[in-house]
Design a protein around this ligand. Structure first.
Ligand code: MG
Ligand code: MG
Length: 240
């Protein structure tokens, strides 16, 4: 899981370095696939449920599961979410982040910052709560997003991750403190707040994949695969 996580995190860094106006999401996807294969790993997303890319690349009001395309060209002021997974010897990593293309609005900057912070609030909640439960994690994430004026996507969640990309349990980005599945050492989870500028509501486009905000406002995403140990949380996909 550590090696799969490291390759996943590095692939995300490779993608980050490509982000600028004029680049297509297909070019980014190609680079990610090449990098993962060079590491002796497999792009987990490629062919998963029939998904055609090695990464999900989602722009502005696209929340998650954007399909890489030659027709999707990054432009100044966009925010772009890149979500990637690498499988190494039967285990997979899963990680995502939101990046700015050139100069973005103040609210977009705030959305990206709060989304990232909400992830770490969730991790702190696991570390600081005796016998933590998924409700403690979800509450901390949602509370940080909502007190900063944003909303939490509830129709999609984080998940267990390991030999499969999506394993039990579901890991919601909201919850009630002290409730839900116990979080215990040995668990490996993908924690991934999806935070919206406007309404929390989303819909799936007719391509069958791309999830967008219902009001067309911005959405941000931040994800790491984590391992829960007796000595705290390891962020398996964090490499920078
Ligand atoms: Mg992901
Ligand atoms: Mg995930």
């Amino acid at each position: 899981m550590k090696i799969a996580g490291r390759i996943t995190g590095e692939a995300l860094l490779v993608a980050k370095e490509m982000i600028r106006e004029g680049v297509t999401t297909k070019q980014i996807d190609d680079k990610i696939r090449t990098y993962i294969k060079k590491c002796g790993a497999k792009p987990t997303f490629l062919g998963y449920g029939g998904f055609p890319g090695s990464a999900c690349i989602s722009i502005n009001s696209e929340v998650i599961h954007g399909i890489p395309s030659n027709d999707k060209i990054l432009k100044n002021g966009d925010i772009v979410k890149i979500d990637v997974g690498a499988e190494w010897k039967g285990f997979t990593g899963d990680s995502a982040a939101t990046f700015a293309v050139g100069e973005i609005s103040e609210n977009a900057k705030k959305l990206i910052k709060i989304t990232e912070e909400s992830f770490y609030k969730g991790i702190e909640a696991i570390e600081n709560t005796p016998n933590p439960r998924l409700g403690d994690l979800g509450y901390a994430i949602a509370n940080h997003a909502r007190t900063n004026g944003f909303s939490v996507v509830e129709e999609f969640t984080g998940h267990g991750v390991g030999s499969e990309l999506h394993e039990d349990p579901n890991v919601p980005n909201y919850g009630t403190q002290g409730r839900g599945v116990r979080i215990y050492p040995g668990m490996t989870l993908a924690v991934e707040p999806m935070i919206n500028e406007g309404t929390q509501r989303v819909k799936v486009l007719s391509d069958g994949w791309t999830v967008v905000t219902l009001d067309g406002k911005l959405s941000a995403h931040y994800e790491h695969s984590i391992a829960v140990t007796n000595n705290g949380i390891i962020l398996l996909t964090k490499v920078d």
